[in-house]
Design a protein around this ligand. Structure first.
Ligand code: ATP
Ligand code: MG
Length: 149
């Protein structure tokens, strides 16, 4: 595909910055998150007053019944859902936009069917502006790890 723009700069902190944060220090901080979906017919309060701190190196699972807002929280952290109120800070910076410092595995089908496996895997790297040869090596490495080469 042509015309792909490099990822917007300044949305997230660099890997070098994250490396300076010690293990056990708060990396992700959600404060009083509220997300409301509005349609012509109704208003759905998906998230109400949700706060959470996640430390560097910590593994967190969010568990709850269907429709309680798990995906909405993850989409908000990924910057794919603008909070109605509240803040999401990553590395001490309020960040409500997507950035290459966060990844999300979607619940639903999220591949480009017109692209090959290789070209689907390299899509994010392409967006970041990585040169073709470097992309090729990286994609090759990860496809081999999962046996898809
Ligand atoms: N784009 C949207 N427009 C309107 N309502 C939405 C939208 N996305 C989610 N909702 C509503 O927000 C609430 C939370 O949905 P969400 O998908 O975050 O729940 P979930 O916990 O991930 O559910 P599941 O376990 O089924 O995946 C639900 O009531 C859902 O119907
Ligand atoms: Mg979900």
């Amino acid at each position: 595909m042509t015309g792909i723009k490099p990822a917007e700069k300044g949305v997230c902190r660099s890997k070098e910055y994250y490396d300076t944060i010690p293990e056990g220090e708060t990396l992700l901080s959600i404060r009083n998150l509220r997300v409301v979906f509005k349609t012509d017919q109704k208003e759905t309060v998906a998230i109400e007053d949700f706060s959470l701190d996640v430390k560097k190196g910590e593994l967190v699972a969010i568990v709850g019944p269907s429709g309680c807002g798990k995906t909405t929280i993850l989409r908000s952290i990924a910057g794919l859902q603008e909070p109605t109120a509240g803040t999401i800070s990553i590395g001490g910076t309020v960040c409500h936009k997507p950035g290459p410092d966060r990844g999300m595995v979607f619940q639903d089908f999220a591949l480009f069917p017109w692209r090959s496996v290789r070209r689907n895997v390299e899509f994010g790297l392409e967006l970041s502006g990585m040169p073709k040869a470097e992309r090729f090596d990286k994609v090759e490495r990860y496809l081999k790890i999962v046996g898809l080469e």
